[in-house]
Design a binder for this molecule. Structure first.
Ligand SMILES: *[C@@H]1O[C@H](CO)[C@@H](O)[C@H](O)[C@H]1NC(C)=O
Ligand SMILES: *[C@@H]1O[C@H](CO)[C@@H](O)[C@H](O)[C@H]1NC(C)=O
Length: 446
């Protein structure tokens, strides 16, 4: 009797205790010089999610490739179960590669490999005799394959929804920005978690008490274009539950799609961490339509006197060891930030509402701004950088090419003092980083 492609996962036959090759598998192994006993033994452990040390995993990958390469000899009758198991294992390996930050052509190559494995898998499984699935972990292999396909379909749908909303880089208004912060504030407060704005959002609130601010002669300094916030997790293990709750509550407020991602997903090194399953999803990117606004939620965990976004830990069977990767959210400060830079939290004005702000905003910003950002002077608009960026409508504002005037600096200074007076955090501590009084406006470092 032969196995039916789709029916296998329902059979649930127990695996026999020891690896045992059929007569035809044995003779193929001899003729082709393949270690099919090794393939069976290691695949049983691999699909059984039991410990497979790194040598075992590498050897299994090698044996699976060998079996796949010899498929024309092993199919349809010689040893089809070996091919089925090999293809399913390789499919899973390639699928793991999809979780990193792949270039377009890498992505195409990975898909190509996966389709190829799947095609052969579909030939091999029906050819695998029922008696032999007592030895070969074909059912487990198919269960894993089904689970991966389902996960990829789900992921593809999420990515598509998310990409739809992010592609446009919408131009937003101050009101929409404030409404987004109000949504975030309501959701996080209802869950009772520490949070604060970061990056451009933090700079805008410290500088103007809202997303943009008026300078001299009707000029407008538009600081921020999406909302960036940080969210504290009690522990990494709490994230799935918190994430689902955040996603649900944000959806109730019109944020139709949120995608979990990795703050570390930009470098080769972190790609490896993701495929090795050392990295975990630590970022949630949400977007909404009408109005179109996007929101980045980056999570962190406190440990003693520091906080971090990612901690890579080796699996126990590889000799446990953990380290903070120098990439991801706090990439500019060796993967961590002092808790004293955050707590005790202050308040920032955000239009008509107020939100928590980190105690030492510059330290928090330095830890996580892009490496291209110039953090020497955050109190004043970085005119040169905006002109160069030329990404949003406001980067084309005419006044940018004339630069800042003394009058603008005076306005920003008194705006900071006004925020101080109202009990909010402001740019007051940082204005002197920018301005050299005795030389006047000509020396504004913008
Ligand atoms: C076949 O693989 C098994 C499992 O890893 C290993 O113990 C065995 O030594 C291998 N046999 C040969 C001939 O390489
Ligand atoms: C950063 O800004 C400071 C002062 O605003 C300026 O002196 C410095 O040259 C800038 N650095 C770069 C790399 O642009």
């Amino acid at each position: 009797m032969l196995l039916h492609w789709a029916a296998v996962p329902c059979l649930l036959l127990p695996l026999a205790a020891h690896a045992h090759l059929s007569a035809t598998c044995s003779s193929s192994a001899r003729h082709l010089r393949l270690n099919l006993t090794g393939l069976m033994t290691l695949a049983r452990r691999g699909f059984g999610q039991r410990d497979l040390d790194i040598d075992g995993a590498n050897y299994l990958a090698y044996l699976a490739k060998e079996a796949f390469d010899h498929r024309s000899h092993l199919l349809p009758h010689a040893c089809p179960c070996a091919v089925a198991v090999a293809c399913a294992w390789r499919y899973a390996q390639f699928a793991r590669g999809l979780e990193g930050d792949l270039a377009q052509h890498d992505l195409a190559a990975v898909y190509h490999h996966m389709l190829q494995q799947e095609k052969v898998l579909k030939q091999a499984v029906p050819a695998c005799p029922l008696v032999e699935i007592r030895w070969w972990p074909v059912q487990k292999a198919l269960q894993m394959h089904t689970a991966i396909v389902q996960r990829l379909l789900r992921l593809a749908k999420e990515i598509e929804q998310w990409a739809d909303s992010w592609r446009q880089e919408p131009t937003i208004t101050d009101e929409q920005h404030e409404a987004a912060l109000a949504d975030v504030s309501a959701v996080f407060e209802s869950i009772g978690l520490e949070w604060w704005p970061t990056r451009g959002t933090l700079i805008s609130l410290l500088r103007h008490g809202k997303r943009s601010g008026l300078l001299s002669k009707g000029k407008v300094d538009v600081v921020d274009h999406d909302v960036d916030v940080m969210l504290a997790l009690p522990s990494r293990q709490d994230w799935p539950v918190i994430r689902d709750s955040v996603v649900r509550r944000m959806a109730e407020r019109g944020w139709h799609s949120c995608l979990e991602w990795y703050s570390t997903s930009a470098t080769k090194q972190s790609y490896k961490a993701v495929t090795d399953h050392l990295a975990y999803g630590d970022v949630l990117m949400c977007s909404r339509k009408n109005p179109d606004v996007s929101l980045d939620i980056a999570t962190y965990v406190t440990e003693g006197s520091i906080v971090y976004a990612q901690k890579y830990c080796l699996p126990h069977n590889l000799g446990s060891g953990c380290w903070l990767p120098h990439e991801g959210t706090f990439h500019q400060s060796r993967g961590k930030l002092r808790a004293a830079a955050i707590r005790p939290l202050g308040r920032c004005k955000a239009g008509a509402i107020s939100v928590p702000c980190p105690r030492r905003p510059l330290e928090a910003l330095k830890a996580s701004l892009p490496s291209t950002a110039n953090v020497t002077c955050i109190a004043l608009p970085d005119v040169a950088q905006r002109l160069q960026r030329d990404r949003w409508q406001s980067d084309k504002d005419e006044w940018l090419s004339d630069g800042l005037t003394q009058e603008d600096v005076d306005i920003l200074r008194s705006r900071a003092l006004e925020l101080d007076r109202q009990g909010y955090m402001s740019m007051t501590p940082y204005i002197s980083d920018c301005w050299v009084p005795e030389k006047g406006a000509a020396d504004l470092r913008e």
